[in-house]
Write a protein that binds this ligand. Structure first.
Ligand SMILES: Cc1cc2nc3c(=O)[nH]c(=O)nc-3n(C[C@H](O)[C@H](O)[C@H](O)COP(=O)(O)OP(=O)(O)OC[C@H]3O[C@@H](n4cnc5c(N)ncnc54)[C@H](O)[C@@H]3O)c2cc1C
Length: 512
């Protein structure tokens, strides 16, 4: 074997599809000849929360990366089937290698796969180096140190594109049976097919993904910091204006085409530039708001990192059986389908669902409203609505998604119970009805669908049921634990807070 005697670095690409500021790739490059792998194991690639649009986004990112890496003679292969079998074959091929990747806080399946890989590496004496790519800290014991860690992490310089040792590909690696051909050798539709994606059946959000994602990302970064961010703070809640004024960078963060540290540096330089020019207070406060949200990104993912079961278990255990998590009854089934199809009879809800299906994105407030409606007015268990939305959000990030879904469903025990009123939101956020008209093409001016619930009664019913859970002493004790595990330490510390805590004040603990 030509390279078996040399040091081999296997770079397992997950959601870190970039060259710049990629610590795992830099370490792989520094320590051996680098071979890239992308796993299509069922536990990563065929889970119920992953939809075609996510696959197309990841494959586009991977394809661009693979093409860039050919310039450095670094191959990327797809590993179809059981990933442990692939690792075993690689061990036979190379005898020794080091596995590099980033720590990932993904969905529960990815957590299970990581555990299997960890076990395999241990019993096969293979070193697995996992690097951190954000301020989500594995094994964090003390939530209080989180902010200090943020400063340390963001304060470091971004890593340059690595210098690769001149790779000589082992001929036996090519066209063998356990790995694919090199990713850059595929033509696009062939790549989709190999990965089980039918290119003739792509949905609109997949089809509208541009061909050159890295270029698109750069354009978004420039336009956001130069122009679009000015009214970010005041326009982020309107479904119509947010499309322009929000950064729209979430799919790039989720797929790892953009590192959060690189984005944070862009933000700092935009803020500095602003100070040196004629000062614009509106833009300044918008940039501050944006920075807060980058904190929130890691703060939320940290919750799932700490408790991977949050994907299917209520954060506060008292809420575990308040809604039906088992097989849906006929009424629930009907409600869920009408909500999914945008046929609830509430114009803004239906418009948001239609818009989201088509574009793969919607702003924060409308996401929260969609969840609140399903969880509170339709009284559906959040796992059902959450999975549907996960499949629609192009930026699906389990660590943000599931804790947010729980927050909007009132099951965290430490947040305000907030039930959105879609009729009020309609008046406040779309006063000229432009968005709602556009995305209810057949149902305007009066929805063609009857309202499926009485808004007032269903909101009142939900509020009573959720508050009833908060009345026991046991609830408060458990909520304190939830706060210690997951709550933000931004405001007062818990000692001060816990002196204030009563049932009604619990809602203040982790206010965003
Ligand atoms: C029910 C629900 C589910 C959500 N699921 C996801 C998800 O799967 N993936 C996801 O990236 N965001 C999710 N969000 C948060 C938020 O809606 C999106 O991050 C935002 O709309 C993405 O658009 P943007 O990049 O233009 O955001 P911007 O407003 O430009 O914000 C920049 C970045 O900050 C982070 N961010 C913004 N708002 C939040 C927030 N409230 N909490 C945590 N991080 C935030 C995101 O990384 C975002 O890309 C969810 C919100 C709700 C209410």
């Amino acid at each position: 074997m030509m390279i078996a005697a040399k040091k081999i670095s296997i770079m397992w690409f997950k959601k870190d599809l970039r060259l710049y500021d990629n610590e795992a790739l830099s370490s792989a490059a520094a320590n051996g000849f680098t071979v890239g792998l992308f796993s299509l194991d069922n536990l990563r690639w065929n889970t119920s929360d992953l939809s075609t649009r996510h696959k197309v986004l990841l494959l586009k990112g991977l394809y661009e990366l693979a093409k860039r890496l050919t310039g450095y003679r670094v191959p990327i292969y797809l590993a179809r089937g059981n990933f442990i079998d692939t690792l075993t074959r690689l061990k036979q091929e190379f005898e020794e290698f080091t596995l590099y990747s980033h720590q990932e806080t993904g969905n529960y399946s990815s957590y299970l796969l990581d555990n299997k890989v960890r076990k395999w590496c241990k019993s096969n004496h293979i070193l697995w180096e996992e690097k951190r790519q954000n301020n989500v800290i594995r094994g964090l014991k003390q939530r209080d140190v989180w902010s200090r860690k943020w400063k340390e992490f963001m304060g470091k310089e971004c890593l340059k594109i690595p210098v690769f040792q001149s790779n000589v590909c082992n001929p036996q690696m090519k066209n063998n049976q356990f790995l694919s051909p090199e990713v850059h050798d595929f033509e696009w539709n062939g790549l989709l097919k190999f990965c089980g994606v039918d290119h003739l059946a792509l949905d609109s959000a997949s089809k509208s993904l541009p061909n050159n994602l890295n270029e698109t990302m750069k354009r978004l970064l420039t336009s956001f910091f130069q122009e679009r961010s000015v009214n970010y703070r005041t326009e982020m809640s309107s479904p119509l204006k947010a499309e322009y004024s929000c950064s729209r960078l979430s799919p790039f963060l989720t797929s790892g085409m953009l590192s959060i540290r690189a984005l944070h540096k862009e933000l700092l330089s935009a803020s500095e530039e602003l100070k040196s020019k004629e000062f614009n207070a509106t833009k300044f406060s918008s940039l501050r708001s944006f920075e807060k949200r980058l904190h929130w990104r890691c703060h939320f993912i940290q919750k799932l990192e700490f408790e991977p079961q949050l994907e299917f278990r209520c954060m506060h255990v008292n809420y575990e059986h308040v809604r039906n998590q088992n097989k849906l009854n006929a009424q629930e089934e009907e409600f869920l389908n009408l909500w999914k199809e945008g046929k609830t009879g509430f114009p803004l809800i239906d418009a948001c669902m239609n818009y989201l299906k088509t574009t793969g994105w919607i702003n924060f407030r409308m996401r929260a409203m969609l969840v609140s409606f399903a969880s509170n007015n339709l009284w559906l268990h959040w796992t059902h609505s959450g999975e549907h939305l996960a499949r629609l959000f192009l930026d699906y990030e389990p660590g943000i998604h599931w804790p947010q879904i729980q927050m909007q469903s009132g099951t965290t025990g430490i947040n305000t119970i907030r039930i959105y009123n879609p009729e009020k939101q309609f008046i406040d956020q779309d006063p000229d009805q432009i968005f709602t008209r556009k995305w209810n093409p057949n149902g305007w001016p009066h929805s063609e669908f009857d309202k499926i619930v009485d808004l007032k009664k269903s909101s009142q019913g939900a509020r009573e049921k959720l508050w009833a859970m908060r009345k026991s002493k046991k609830f408060v004790d458990l909520a304190k634990k939830v706060y210690l595990d997951h709550g933000s330490r931004k405001r007062k510390n818990f000692k001060q807070k816990s002196q204030l805590v009563s049932n009604s004040q619990l809602e203040l603990l982790d206010k965003q």
